[in-house]
Design a protein around this ligand. Structure first.
Ligand code: ADP
Ligand code: MG
Length: 736
């Protein structure tokens, strides 16, 4: 019998409402809607009465808009939107500069929650640019119009009493619309079977599933939604761990082709010609990988190691073992630049003789048609033993003759789904090796990569000179600006090269290339973080070219709006030393390898995440010359933004920074853009905070599976697992 959660939304709500929820938020079933949990609850204690407004403090107010007007500013160009709100006892003016469009939202009669810092303008209290969430159902299809005065007052009183769920909403579906739709569904929801076995739930004192759904959406007191969250969070961790363990088991049950290096074969030839000695970590990890691929079950291994720790060589040696056994390897890179660079460095590493025999081949989306045809032919015929590419490798038109190994570089850009798609390219499941330079704390690994075995390279190859990192705090030391460029000129004078990294391409374009921009906190409730223009590639390029100190330097730009040919050509010119300074966006973040590049200057460094800065910094100090990294920031001492930058300067330990990142940022960034967007990403579980819970859930999941491997005795759990799979499949389809 199908679960009520699998019912289509359109059968539970009006067609128009259902359509709006599907279109706006991708919610298709009753389960999707009910699992769309409130982001937060406005609590009674947060609310301030308008009659007692504290100056210069942050307040949250439930109130009604009574008046709105727009007028030109007196001293400057532009307009001011003023809205007067009341809570029945006092009044307050909200002001917005040049945001006339808000007149659509803030109509008289509309109620909402308003948050901001109380300011004083010519003796009148006001909130400038407050955050707000509106509740009033004004244009919901089929919704009610606000009732009479008495009803509205009663509503207002109720709002002040009960926790108000605030949902992740979009422009087209507001929080209160969700609240209403969820209420409709909850009213008629039959009792649900709980995926968490009764004994497990009771032992932990968790509320049952149906009750938890009710309490998370319609709490009457704070303790209710808290206990609901605890129960649903545990359920999430538990179902996830069962899913991962099952997946892992399923993968192990598949038959794979064992790949063994040949005596006197390609791998031996490669090792004999290798220009350096492998580090002991490289040897250990190399042996783990070799043992895995020699088995008749597919390898699923994650290889983590700092930038420059030599992961690529380990992967290449595995590819050679596969080639020795006649098979092919695919290397999936996150960007065209990196795919191109990987190909070149593989060719260089192999040397002419091995390269001729292995025919490393590039397949990317931007390849000219004729080249692509040639490349896909070499791939399907099996002549190309190493195929390097971007997402284009996943496309239908790419077929392999005998795919033995898939190497995914920089996993955090790829979701589980893509790994899966590539895996399916082999007639027999290929071995899979995932490389990541983002150190992954244990609980994250267990959550996100729970189906993988993990290897770590901790030591860097010898002879690395290391990196020195300095913060250039322009807020306190504006005079240091000129010194930055002097320092750059000094590096160049030593015959070295440098990167200058900017958050944006030009004043109109934030980097929309390969990386989602760091979700810098927008104007917070405390109203700080004014929209400061950020450094961009175009202006910085012009500025550097005009600097007499750099007159002799060859300076070029690199960013996501160049064609891949241009990007490739510039990257290559930089690698061969024809360019001295690359002014770039984060397209150079991952994997770029130019040993002579010694300096990196990151402008507006506070615009980047902690891990991102660490990755960026890893681009320099890769050869025998010491690296220098200047993190330039206008963020003030003591601000959160500044704290992040200072943290990166303070340590080279990627694990430490990754943990800090986890605490500071949204989960989505940890899981990677691909995963965070989808509904199959984590809901209530937070890998940074919930480590213990995750470990516990894993233990219980192991017990349940050991007892009942097919879960025949746990139908509700089975259903929850299928629902999870179904969801990620839908996400995957929606994206491809
Ligand atoms: P990663 O992919 O882990 O960032 P790479 O595999 O690209 O690192 O290696 C970075 C650089 O170090 C490359 O130029 C590579 O040839 C070199 N390298 C790798 N292993 C060693 C080693 N054991 N000794 C010296 N150099 C090494
Ligand atoms: Mg690499």
């Amino acid at each position: 019998m199908a679960s009520p959660l699998d019912a289509k939304l359109s059968s539970a709500l009006g067609g128009r409402t259902a359509a709006a929820l599907t279109k706006g938020l991708g919610l298709a079933t009753v389960g999707d809607l009910l699992m769309h949990f409130p982001r937060r609850y406005a609590r009674r204690g947060e609310l301030t009465a308008l009659s007692h407004l504290p100056r210069d403090e942050n307040v949250t107010i439930v109130a009604e808009v009574i008046e709105v007007r727009e007028r030109p500013m007196r001293a400057r160009k532009g307009t001011i939107l003023e809205a007067v709100i009341t809570d029945g006892k006092g009044r307050l003016t909200l002001t917005f500069f040049n945001q006339a469009w808000r007149i659509k939202d803030l109509r008289p009669g509309v109620r909402g929650i308003f948050a901001g810092k109380v300011g004083d303008y010519r003796g009148t209290l006001q909130l400038a640019h407050p955050d707000y969430e509106l509740f009033e159902p004004h244009d919901w299809p089929g919704g009610e119009q606000p009732g009479d005065e008495g009803l509205r007052d009663a509503q207002a009183a109720a709002w002040a009493q009960t926790p108000i769920p605030i949902y992740p909403a979009t422009a087209s579906v507001a929080s209160w619309q969700l609240q209403k739709a969820i209420g409709v569904v909850l009213d008629t929801l039959p009792a649900l079977a709980d995926p968490v076995p009764d004994a497990v739930r009771d032992a932990r004192g968790l509320v049952p599933f149906s009750r938890a759904l009710e309490l998370i959406h319609r709490p009457t007191v704070d303790t209710e939604w808290k206990s609901a969250r605890a129960a649903l969070r545990f359920q999430e961790a538990f179902v996830l761990q069962v899913a991962l363990l099952e997946q892992r088991q399923r993968l192990k049950e598949q038959a794979a082709v064992p790949r063994l290096p040949k005596q006197g074969g390609l791998l031996e030839q490669f090792d004999a010609a290798l220009g350096f000695t492998l580090t002991s970590d490289q040897l250990v990890v190399g042996a783990e990988v070799a043992a895995d691929i020699a088995k008749a079950e597919p390898m699923n291994r994650l290889l983590q190691g700092e930038v420059g720790s030599g992961k690529t060589v380990v992967a290449l040696r595995a590819m050679l073992a596969v080639a020795d056994s006649g098979g092919q390897s695919a290397l999936l890179a996150p960007t065209e630049v990196l795919a191109g660079q990987h190909l070149r460095s593989i060719v260089a590493n192999l040397g002419p003789d091995l390269a001729a025999r292995l025919r490393p081949t590039l397949i990317t989306g931007q390849l000219p048609v004729a080249d692509r045809r040639k490349a896909t032919l070499a791939t399907v015929s099996g002549q190309a033993h190493i195929v390097v590419g971007t997402h284009a490798l996943l496309s239908e038109s790419v077929e392999f003759f005998d795919l033995g190994l898939v190497v995914v570089d920089e996993q955090h850009r790829f979701g589980v789904d893509q790994r899966e798609a590539l895996r399916r390219k082999g007639t027999v499941p290929p071995h899979v090796l995932v490389l990541t330079a983002t150190p992954i704390p244990r609980t994250v690994a267990m959550t996100v990569f729970g189906d993988l075995d993990i290897s770590t390279i901790a030591e860097l190859p010898q002879g690395r000179q290391g990196i020195e990192t300095f913060v250039v705090p322009l807020a306190e030391r504006p005079g240091w600006q000129a010194r930055i460029w002097e320092r750059l000129a000094e590096e160049l004078a030593l015959g070295r090269q440098a990167f200058v990294v900017c958050p944006a391409i030009d004043s109109a374009h934030p980097e929309a290339g390969e990386l989602p921009p760091d979700p810098t906190p927008g104007p917070g409730l405390d109203g700080t973080e004014a929209a400061r223009p950020v450094a961009n590639v175009t202006d910085t390029l012009a500025m550097l070219r005009a600097n007499p100190l750099l007159a002799a330097a060859r300076i070029e730009a690199l960013h996501g709006r160049l064609t891949s040919d241009e990007k490739d050509a510039r990257m290559r010119a930089f690698a061969t030393g024809e360019i001295d300074v690359l002014v770039a966006t984060t397209v150079i973040e991952v994997g770029v390898d130019v040993p002579n590049a010694s300096a990196m200057i990151v402008l507006d460094a506070d615009r980047f995440g902690v891990s991102q800065l660490h990755q960026l910094r890893g681009r320099v100090g890769r050869g025998g010359v010491p690296g220098l990294c200047l993190l330039v920031t206008g963020a003030e001492d003591g601000s959160l933004a500044r704290e992040r930058v200072d943290a990166v300067a303070a340590t080279l330990d990627g694990f430490e920074l990754a943990l800090m990142d986890l605490e500071l940022r949204q989960e989505g960034d940890v899981l990677g853009g691909v995963q965070s967007g989808g509904r199959s990403s984590l809901r209530l579980l937070r890998v940074a905070k919930d480590g213990d819970l995750i470990l516990e859930a894993r233990g219980l999941a192991e017990e349940v599976l050991a007892d009942d491997p097919t879960l025949a005795g746990h139908p509700a759990l089975r259903e929850a697992l299928d629902r999870r799979l179904d969801e990620s499949e839908r996400d995957f389809l929606a994206k491809s």
